[in-house]
Structures are given as C-alpha cells and as structure tokens.
Design a protein around this ligand. Structure first.
Ligand code: SAM
Length: 424
C-alpha cells in the first residue's frame, strides 16, 4: 500500500499541475518498472478516487488542519488516505500506518509522520460530524464552483442529479457486433460465462460489474466492442444505407466509425488529425474484421488537403469538446478545464461544422455530436448555425432519454449532445 500511496501522490500532483491523468499514469508505469497489474490497479484506484472526490476531500482536510499545509506532497498524501478511509474497504489502522510510513518517504520534515497520524486519527474519530460541516458547493458536489454555477443555471431541475451521476464509477457497456452475432445470442454467451449484463438499447449490453477485456468471450474475435451506451446512439441516428459515401470527420479511436460499418456496407472515410490516435482506429477495424474505404490523417478544417471532391451522403462530426459529459470516466477533466475553455471549444466546433457543411450532399444528413453537457457547445451553437444556414434543417430525434438532443449522464450512460441536420 505504501508504494501505491506514494505513486498516487505523484499522479495527483502532476494532474493538479495541469496534466491529463491517463498520460500521467502511463509515465508512472514507464518510470517505475516493474509494477504488477495489481499495483497498477491500486494506484489507478487511488488517483481516480481522489480526483473524483477532490472537492469533498479537500474540504474535509481544511476542517482537519489548523493552518494551510504548504508541503503539497504531504497534503496529497492526506487526501489519498482520507479517500481510503472514506471510500475503501481497507482497515483504517493499515491505512494510517502505511500513510505514516509514506510520509517518511515523501517529506524530510521531522514532524511529518506525526502530523499525518494525528490528522487521520482525528478524521476516524469525527468523520460523520466533519462530513456534515461541509457547506460549500465545491465540497458538497466535488466539482469546481463555476461548473456547479453553470449547471445550476442551465439545468435548474437536474443539476444535482447530473453532478451526482458524474461522481459515480462509470459503467462498462459492450456493443455487440451484429454483423457477427445477434444481441440475444451474445447475451446468452455471457450468461454461460457467468457474466451478468442488461440490454440498455439496440446492441448495448451494460455489464453488472466491469471486467478486464480478456474475460469477455469473443472479444479478440471481434464479437463485441467496449462503447458507452450513449455513444452507441450515434451510428443508428445517422441512418446509413448500403453504398453511401460517409465521412467520420473526427474518427479516432474509431468507436463510432466501426459501429457505422457494422450497420451497413458503406464507403466510409475515417478522418482524424491525430496520427497516433488514428492507428487505434486501424487496430479496432482489424479486430472487428472490417476496414473503411479510406483511413486518412487530416484536418477537418482543411478538406482541400484530403477530400477527393465527391460530396458525402452522411457526415458524422464528433467534434473535440470540453468532455463535460464523461466526467465519471475522466474525473481529472473537471479540475483541468477552465470556464474560458468553453468559448475556445465552441469557436473550433463552429468552424468544423461550417466547413463540413460545404462537403455534404443536398438531401444529405450531418450528425453533430459532443460529449458535453454545456449549452454553449450544443444547443446554442446549433441555433446559431441554423440562423446562418438557410439550407439547414434540424431533424427531430425521437429518443425518450434525450431533451432537445441532450442526453444527460446517468448510471446507464455518459452525457452526449446530438443534432441531426439535413441539407435542403
Ligand atoms: C471526441 S473524439 C472522437 C471520438 C470518435 N468519434 C469515437 O467515437 O471513437 C474527437 C477526435 O477529433 C480529433 N480532432 C480534433 N480536431 C480535429 C480536426 N480539426 N480534424 C480532424 N480531427 C480532429 C481528435 O484527434 C479526436 O480523436
């Protein structure tokens, strides 16, 4: 546990200094060889857990300390230990003992182990009273204040449910490759392996418990992919048919591209500006036993560099966004984003949409998607687009879980926004 606490402190420190958690963990795996799967799992659990509840843990720590703790490593060690005491099943005496030893490694101050011991024992004695004393939004909802304020304004009746859903552990959902096996047949296969799963919609099977992919029957053979149920709505909404020219303009890592190809034999151009991420699209197609018509590394903003001049019947624009709808999967996002990022995202999203519109066929359809819940990137942007494009019509989306194209995060899926536009 000492190594896990120590390396989690390093991970949290790097994230709170501005780095992405996935990348930070990769760096830690590389620079601390060899770490067993179990050790990696423990470090991952602590880092994700602290970032998920960072607002609450920070508020608790402030209540427990008489003055600000300047030593950041020690502060993050206390957050890691508070997370363990509050949310893990590990015995509290072991958590405290190990934290005291980790403090000796992280700090050369003589008083550090004693301080850690005193703070954690005080928390164990008074945890419920302390939790009740948290009275600010950041502590209560574990999201930045600007984020809570925005959701409260944009979703006055739902903001608490959204914040709560964003703080839950994410679900693991499979997408059955219906080109290879029926949904019922695959669900039966899961049952035979003792794996419980519920059908959410279409081919989306949510597992009762997340599992390593090696345990999923037929994964290597391409019978299933891992894809959130909300993301699985995209391909069916685009309404593709055999032979259509379809562009997935922001394709990597290929979740929606591969889904499109499972629905109909289309001529798909899978484009992404990130060459490394595009390699994952190729790998995913290979595993699923399929391939797109074209796999192109290029910028959606500059079609002249990659487009062959033939307009598309269908375009999927799954644009880069704040990712505010997938916080349960990436809890670092809420602490890394700044409110000012939203206008930068929106301006880029608008440019991509305007550019792609020009290469869509008349009568063709474009599906605009974000995994954001903020109106600036979604409904407001689409309303502006419709005002400035007389040839664009917004098609109704008849999905019971969506309001105006907005799917809010829940225990069954992430948050997404969908706008299906038709060119008249
Ligand atoms: C939300 S992700 C796409 C996820 C993907 N559709 C899927 O379902 O797996 C956005 C992608 O857009 C790519 N991207 C960002 N700006 C782009 C641009 N100007 N042109 C093309 N791709 C871009 C990023 O590299 C990233 O892979």
């Amino acid at each position: 546990m000492i190594k896990a606490q120590h390396l989690a402190v390093i991970a949290i420190r790097r994230v709170l200094a501005g780095k992405n958690l996935t990348e930070v963990l990769q760096e830690i795996w590389q620079s601390n060889l060899p770490l067993s799967h179990q050790q990696q799992g423990a470090i991952q659990d602590l880092s994700y857990g602290v970032l998920r509840y960072y607002g609450q843990l920070n508020a608790l720590l402030n209540l427990l300390l008489d003055k600000t703790l300047q030593d950041l490593k020690l502060r993050y060690l206390l957050l890691v230990s508070l997370y363990q005491l509050q949310y893990s099943k590990a015995p509290s005496y072991a958590i405290v003992d190990h934290a005291v030893s980790t403090a000796r490694i992280l700090s050369n101050k003589r008083g550090a182990p004693g301080l850690v011991n005193a703070v954690l024992r005080n928390f164990i004695r008074n945890s419920s009273v302390l939790c009740e004393q948290i009275n600010n939004d950041v502590g209560k909802y574990s999201h930045p204040q600007w984020w809570v304020d925005k959701l409260r304004k944009q979703y006055p009746n739902h903001y608490k449910t959204i914040l709560n859903a964003s703080n839950q552990h994410p679900s693991m959902t499979l997408r059955v490759n219906v080109r290879k096996i029926g949904v019922k047949a695959y669900q039966k296969m899961l049952e035979e392996h003792g794996i419980e799963a519920d059908l959410i919609w279409y081919a989306a099977l949510k597992l009762a418990q997340p599992l390593p992919i090696e345990k999923l029957p037929g994964f290597e053979e391409g019978l299933v992919s891992i894809q959130d149920a909300g993301a699985q709505l995209a391909a069916p909404l685009l309404d593709v048919h055999e032979g259509m020219h379809v562009l997935d303009a922001c394709a990597a890592p290929g979740g929606k591209s591969t889904h499109l190809m499972e629905l109909a034999p289309i001529k798909l151009t899978a484009l992404d500006s990130n060459a490394q991420r595009l390699m994952r699209v190729a790998e995913n197609f290979e595993r699923l036993g399929n391939e797109p018509h074209r796999l192109v590394c290029g910028d959606a903003l500059y079609p002249s560099e990659w487009w062959d001049g033939q307009t598309f019947d269908r375009i999927l624009a799954d644009v880069p966004c704040s990712a505010s709808g997938v916080v349960s999967r990436h809890p670092d996002i809420k602490w890394l984003r700044r409110q000012t990022d939203l206008s930068i995202f929106a301006s880029n999203q608008e440019s991509i949409l305007n550019t792609l519109w020009k290469i869509l066929k008349r009568e063709g359809k474009l599906l605009y998607i974000t995994c954001s819940i903020f109106h600036e990137e979604n409904l407001i942007l689409i309303k502006e687009f419709l005002k400035s494009h007389q040839d664009a019509r917004l098609l109704p989306l008849s999905h019971s879980d969506m309001v105006n194209g907005q799917l809010l995060p829940s225990s069954s899926h992430d948050g997404f926004f969908y706008a299906l536009l038709c060119k008249t």
